[in-house]
Design a protein around this ligand. Structure first.
Ligand code: GLN
Length: 548
């Protein structure tokens, strides 16, 4: 087998930035000319995060093939600039589901089905499914923290893989926390020692230890960790806190992490070309201007729920050499009376995706404000649907227009649950070979879209055929299409057969656009998404107009 595997585990506590560290290491290996992919194994029992509340688990990230995945996959795609699929994220639930389905089918020929070997074998085959002759390295991040009960089968599976594949094919990296105790003025290595001890008790001896720390660790501390944890002295690295997440690849490079990996795994790695990362970090630190973007949504107190959105806006800032000042506004607190005051400082207003009725009227009030006051507006998924409702109510005069999601008895369901959708979705399910219960309720994954010339959308993409990712149930109701167009709504993007409206926009406005898809999933720091780039550009013009 050509592919080599790097397993990244975490210790001490969660939220140490394991996903970002894994993504940064992968990016460094890619910069060294290696072909790299990355996978996340999540120990929770949900079959995928699609059913999980964003307040608890953060954003559900959607891949081209319609998999609903952990938000770490968003980091992986952004750092590596590659498209991942449902093979890049497995949960315990998914693994058990497969094993139980096989058991019911009689595949185990009457044997007793057990965690070892059946569950662990299934985990191993999910990991090994990444391997191919053209892939040099697969990084595999194990979710959770060493010591969690539910993580045990995953750790056992990766332990076995070293024996199965050989030492030069498998590397273990363990990320821990080395806290700095202010009163004592020193860092403490004990949590790291305990965490590695726990890992070793499961049969895994890490090769590299990454120590998250707010101060650089000196050689003595590293030597102490190396001694107590039984690793090479030059295999202990500081993963220091960074101001901006995109500094992390350079920070880890300066520590020598990727070089050590290349030596240990005997990788044919060249010197890395880090100029794009250096330029990016330079750009982030030296903005020429600044804009305030108001994000009017429901999950504003839990930023993880808008991870990709936040990043895509930052990328739009990079493209315009503008620092973004993010203002998250709870739409439940917006009313037609206070909207002017609440949004007065915003150079651009964004209404993101969401589900359910809560806060919808506040979003609509924000859109009225953006439309009437010519503030650049970007509506994504639910945000686009709200823009259509707002236009129908306040420009067309259909006062009770709504989405069937919020009011099933509305006389004017401008956004509705498509009846044809059921046939359409059956085809999708067959085509994508997805679980029927998923395709059954949502339009998920990448769909083609055709753009009209002379529109904001076409100006942004500079091409007519695009593909974007979706995650929603409701659609624009074509029964209202002609009337809305006559009233001035521009339909600038549709499915190639014109049956689905994908982008709406306004003329006589500096920049007002709503899209049914989620462009934030495909924006990367090196290739900012065209819609985010143009939205921020419009916000910059707006802010400069204000100061004149
Ligand atoms: N709730 C809307 C729907 O299901 C929008 C979903 C979204 O914004 N992702 O169609």
């Amino acid at each position: 087998m050509h592919t080599k595997f790097i397993f990244v585990t975490g210790g001490v506590l969660s939220s140490l930035g394991k996903g970002l560290a894994a993504a940064s290491i992968a990016a460094l290996l890619k910069a060294r000319g290696l072909t790299v992919t990355i996978q996340k194994l999540d120990p929770y029992i949900n079959v995928d995060p699609g059913t999980m509340n964003p307040f608890q688990h953060g954003e559900v990230y959607v891949t081209d093939d319609g998999a609903e995945t952990d938000l770490d996959l968003g980091h992986y795609e952004r750092y590596l600039d590659i498209h991942l699929s449902q093979r890049n994220n497995y949960t315990s639930g998914r693994i058990y589901n497969t094993v139980i389905t096989k058991e019911r089918r009689g595949d185990y020929l009457g044997g007793t089905v057990q965690v070892i070997p059946h569950i662990t074998d299934e985990i191993k085959s999910s990991i090994l499914s990444l391997a191919n002759d053209h892939l040099d390295v697969a990084l595999v991040e194990i979710g959770g923290t060493v010591g969690d009960i539910e993580g045990l089968p995953f750790l056992e599976a990766i332990r076995q893989l070293r024996a199965d594949l050989g030492k030069d094919k498998v590397l273990y990296i363990h990320l821990t926390l080395v806290p700095y105790i202010k009163t004592a003025g020193e860092v403490k290595t004990k949590p790291t020692q305990h965490s590695v001890k726990e890992l070793r008790s499961l049969g895994i001896q890490p090769d590299i230890i990454l120590c998250r720390s707010e101060v650089p660790l000196d050689e003595d501390i590293k030597a102490k960790i190396a001694l107590f944890c039984n690793v090479d002295k030059d295999a202990v690295f500081t993963a220091i806190d960074v101001n901006h997440i995109y500094e992390l690849p350079l920070t880890l490079y300066n520590e020598g992490v990727d070089q050590k990996i290349a030596i240990l795994l005997r990788l044919a790695a060249k010197n890395p070309d880090l100029r794009p990362w250096q330029a990016l970090v330079h750009n982030l630190h030296h903005p020429k201007t600044a804009v305030t973007i108001a994000i009017v949504g429901k999950y504003v107190d839990f930023k993880e729920a808008y991870k990709s959105l936040h990043e895509a806006l930052a990328h739009g800032g990079v493209a315009n050499e503008a620092a973004i000042h993010f203002v998250y506004v709870n739409s439940e607190e917006i009313t037609p009376e206070n909207v002017r005051e609440v949004l007065a400082r915003a150079d651009g207003i964004l209404v993101p995706g969401g589900f359910g009725t809560r806060g919808v009227e506040g979003k609509i009030a924000a859109i009225t404000y953006a439309r009437e006051n010519k503030v650049p507006f970007f509506g994504i998924c639910l945000g686009m649907q709200c823009a259509v409702i707002e236009f129908a109510r306040n420009v067309m005069g259909l006062k009770k227009a709504n989405s069937e999601e919020f009011d099933l008895t509305t006389p004017d369901p401008v956004i509705y649950l498509m009846k044809e959708w059921f046939d359409f979705r059956t085809k999708c399910v067959q085509r994508r070979d997805m679980g029927s219960e998923k395709g059954g309720t949502m339009r998920l994954g990448a769909y083609p879209c055709t753009l009209e010339k002379d529109t904001l959308a076409f100006a942004a993409y500079a091409q007519t055929e695009i593909s974007e990712r979706h995650r929603h149930r409701y659609e624009f109701n074509n029964a209202y299409l002609q009337h809305l167009e006559e009233a001035g709504l521009v339909i600038s993007g549709t499915s190639p057969d014109k049956s689905l409206v994908e982008i709406v926009e306004l003329k006589d406005h500096p920049w007002f656009l709503g899209c049914q898809f989620h462009p934030e999933f495909t924006s990367t720091p090196m290739r900012p998404h065209p819609l985010f780039k143009d939205f921020i550009c419009a916000a910059v013009s707006n802010s400069q107009g204000k100061t004149k």
